[in-house]
Design a protein around this ligand. Structure first.
Ligand code: SF4
Ligand code: SF4
Length: 194
């Protein structure tokens, strides 16, 4: 399979997303409610996904990331049904975490792109549903770094040029989130630049 993200582009993506999103340790808020493990670092209930090129790139520099074995039916289903450019993975866990080794997926959580039907990234929104276990999903915009928001928007715009499938995915996700918010009588929170 021909690589779609070059190492140069990966380094740029990592630089963009490694800007601090918030200036407090959010893991200290959610970990006590999840047996001491931050919700997004619990590799079984929230399985990290790496892009294939990203996974291969990490493999050149050690074994921090391993392929996630199909440890339960839910994970097996994810692996079987997902795009072939994803690698479901596991890390050493919070005690062995290294900031520079975090995946794009780790660095973007709990944000997703907010995309209109033409595929333009207008801002970010936050995941909902099961992931409402993440206390950051209720925090006001002022708690998040404007540079992080702007970098993350840049990241998604550039990624969509490499992965049109991701653009399609998030056009649909945005529509679904809008519908869910409307059903709840709420307005979807959008984090725009500036
Ligand atoms: S992003 Fe959310 S789930 Fe992850 S450590 Fe921070 S508060 Fe916890
Ligand atoms: S690499 Fe670090 S931030 Fe990412 S899931 Fe593992 S422990 Fe959490």
């Amino acid at each position: 399979m021909k690589p779609r993200i070059t190492e140069k582009q990966l380094r740029r993506f990592y630089k963009l997303l490694s800007v601090k999103m918030i200036d407090f340790d959010c893991g200290a808020i959610c970990a006590p409610k999840n047996e001491g493990v931050p919700y997004c670092c619990d590799n079984v209930s929230c399985v990290p996904i790496l892009f294939r090129e990203e996974f291969n790139w990490h493999q050149k520099n050690g074994k921090f990331w391993q392929r996630m074995p199909p440890v339960n039916k839910r994970i097996k289903k994810y692996i079987d049904e997902s795009e072939d450019y994803y690698v479901f993975s596991k890390c050493p866990g919070v005690t062995g975490c290294k900031r520079t080794k975090r995946s794009l997926n780790c660095m973007m959580f709990p944000f997703e792109p907010y995309v209109n039907k033409e595929g333009e990234v207008l801002g970010l929104t936050q995941i909902d549903g099961d992931s409402s276990d993440c206390p950051l999903t209720g925090k006001p915009k002022k708690d998040f770094s404007p540079l992080y928001i702007s970098n993350s928007i840049k990241f998604w715009r550039e990624l969509f040029k490499l992965y049109p499938e991701e653009e399609e995915l998030y056009i649909n996700e945005t529509k679904k989130r809008e519908r869910r918010a409307k059903r709840r009588g709420k307005k979807l929170r959008i984090f725009r630049e500036g």
